[in-house]
Design a protein around this ligand. Structure first.
Ligand code: F6R
Length: 608
């Protein structure tokens, strides 16, 4: 999704902005651009495609100056062509704007501006902002931005520069993330702290309807009514190594291999030995409210929604509280039955997904209790929840989510134990699960050592056009997630199904060209899964089965088996997903796909 970086200070503005853009690449983009104020004029350069294309264009250009803004665009309004790339400028080229989000009334504003004689140079919604600000500019940039934003409906994170006021950047936020990063005699504004982490760990996340005016050595934060807002500078714990590849070919592979550590970090310090329960500091704010919860709704999108499905099984199993899992995009427009005894859990890696955020806000209006489970500290979901739990998985850069998923499942398990122990989960059962959870990181490591075998399977199957993924019980959501991983990064059509549903339709697809990945670990539905495998084999389908070490029955039936260590059924998704992540990765690699930045996808979907 679009990314913003702005810089003001004595550093080399061109290099700092380009480096920042590269850090934003992982979010997904189709074009980029940079605008720098240079001797009283704005120099603006844009390019379609990779940042390297932009670098080529500016390589010969001197861009002195000490203030500039830059952007990676992920097309919403207008196709990904040069004229639509940001920054956008007003007619006199004295104002440049970069924008994330969507201006919903842009057509109305565009018509109005056109009638006043403005000639538009792009098809974007953003360009109206540049012209509006220009028309409102009477020498004070922040005032012009403020007055313009009052006419705007929709969402925005913006950074604006003006050649008449070259000693400041004005930024504003509503619905799209924006952070001020505070350096020594230099200041940044960004939509994603990866872009500025190399320079400073000191940040000020902006809230909706807040504006920032940044100068090299000071900043002002105000609300949209021009009332000053006092904000504390926060210090982030992420460091630069965490957002680099560390010797791996891709971020996704690095993140798959980080899972023993990220799962450990998600549970670190969160086990209460004496009570055989979990200790979750972020839930203290709820006081006794959680004891009164009668229904839980988990709301999320994509991979986080899959983790939510596993959470549903866990919480109902251990805590006997009814749980529903909703796609946030559906939930926000339904008329769900909610009250003050309903707990909404918003699950999100980025903490910025527009639909998840909107679903949470909808539930807030209806007085429900709001809990956030997310990875990015200080993200919108984290800030707007009543309380919550961080994943502590470290930054996830690969667009396809891997370690965030296993951390989400880990945290949801801790939450299920917490609710379970508040209800009738016995101490001994809870202890048994906790003891087994502690063994999971080393079991994940064992599976990762089998990567070469999985790579060989990828070599056999990378040219297939379709895949089916089947699982039952706790591993039905894992089958969905395995299929999502494959389709996202290899562009192979893949479907996940509960294994027994196969008979009700998908079985028609099975022939010798259809590989079927079956999660067949030895749990309560093992015998049923064996019958499902027989049904596939009877139709000449190719079966790749994920089984437990020592399994002999399935070895005789399946074409290939991937053996993983045994664990309790409730914890099994934490292991069964690992070979599926690796299979998707190696298939995509064989097909020559861009694993970390798959086509059309964005890391953080901050628009509807
Ligand atoms: C899949 C993937 C997406 C995200 C979804 C929600 O690999 O990454 O499906 O899971 O866009 O994102 P978050 O978790 O940031 O809310």
């Amino acid at each position: 999704m679009c990314g913003i970086i702005g810089y003001i200070g004595k550093g080399n503005v061109k290099d700092i902005l380009v480096e920042g853009l590269k850090r934003l690449e992982y979010r997904g983009y189709d074009s980029s651009g940079i605008a720098v104020i240079n001797r009283g004029r704005i120099t603006c350069t844009k390019a379609v495609g990779n940042i390297s294309k932009l670098e080529e264009k500016i390589s010969g250009k001197k861009m002195p100056g000490n203030v500039g803004i830059a952007h990676t665009r992920w097309a919403t309004h207008g196709s990904p062509i040069l004229k639509n790339a940001h920054p956008h400028m007003d007619i006199r080229n004295r104002i440049a704007v970069v924008h994330n989000g969507i201006i919903e009334n842009f057509q109305y504003l565009r018509n109005k501006l056109t009638k006043k004689g403005v000639r538009f140079r792009s098809d974007t919604d953003t360009e109206v902002l540049a012209h509006l600000i220009s028309q409102n500019f009477k020498g004070n940039l922040s005032e012009a931005v403020r007055n313009s934003l009052k006419q705007v409906e929709g969402t925005y994170g913006i950074a604006v520069i003006c050649s008449d006021t070259p000693n400041e950047i004005v930024a504003a936020k509503k619905g799209s993330p924006l952070i001020v990063a505070v350096g020594k005699d230099e200041m940044f504004v960004t939509s994603d702290l990866s872009a500025t982490l190399r320079h400073t760990k000191k940040i000020i996340p902006l809230e909706d309807n807040e504006m920032a005016i940044i100068r090299p050595d000071n900043y002002e934060i105000k609300d949209i009514e021009n009332v000053p807002v006092l904000k504390k500078i926060e210090e982030v714990s992420w460091n630069i190594d965490m957002i680099e590849k560390g010797g791996y070919r891709h971020f996704m592979l690095k993140e798959i291999h980080e899972q023993p550590e990220s799962i450990t970090n998600s549970m670190r310090g969160r086990i209460d030995e004496a009570l055989s329960s979990s200790r979750l500091g972020g839930l203290l704010v709820f006081g006794n409210k959680l004891k009164k919860v009668e229904k839980i709704i988990i709301s999320a999108c994509g991979t986080s929604w899959h983790a939510g499905l596993i959470g549903e099984y866990m919480i109902e199993d251990l805590a006997r509280i009814p749980v529903e899992v909703e796609y946030a995009s559906e939930f926000r427009y339904r008329n769900p039955i909610l009250n003050e005894k309903t707990l909404i859990i918003a699950v999100s890696q980025s903490g910025e997904t527009a639909d998840t955020l909107a679903a949470m806000r909808e539930a807030k209006i209806k007085n429900s209790i709001i809990m956030g489970i997310c990875n990015v500290v200080g993200s919108s979901i984290a800030r707007e929840s009543d309380g919550g739990i961080y994943l502590h998985a470290g930054p996830e850069i690969g667009v396809a989510s891997t370690k965030a998923f296993t951390s989400q499942v880990t945290v949801l398990l801790l939450l299920a134990l917490h609710f379970g122990r508040m209800n009738d989960l016995s101490k001994s059962k809870s202890k048994e699960i906790i003891d087994e959870l502690r063994t999971i990181p080393s079991k994940v490591e064992t599976i990762l050592k089998e990567e070469n075998k999985i790579k060989k399977l990828a070599e056999l199957y990378f040219n297939k056009n379709n895949f089916l993924y089947l699982g039952r019980g706790y591993n039905f959501p894992t089958a969905l997630e395995g299929a999502l991983k494959l389709k996202e990064i290899s562009y192979i059509h893949a479907e996940g199904y509960p294994a027994a549903e196969m008979k009700h339709g998908p079985i028609a697809l099975i022939d010798k060209d259809m590989p079927v990945v079956v999660i067949a670990t030895s749990d309560t539905v093992y015998d049923k899964i064996i019958s499902n495998i027989q049904e596939i084999k009877a139709r000449n389908g190719k079966v790749i089965a994920v089984v437990n070490k020592g399994d002999t029955k399935i070895k005789k039936l399946a074409d290939h088996v991937i053996s993983i260590p045994k664990t309790m059924e409730i914890l099994s998704p934490l292991l069964t997903i690992i070979p599926m992540q690796l299979l998707a990765y190696h298939i995509a690699l064989k097909r020559g796909c861009n694993v970390d930045q798959p086509r059309n996808l964005a890391k953080s979907v901050t628009v509807e």
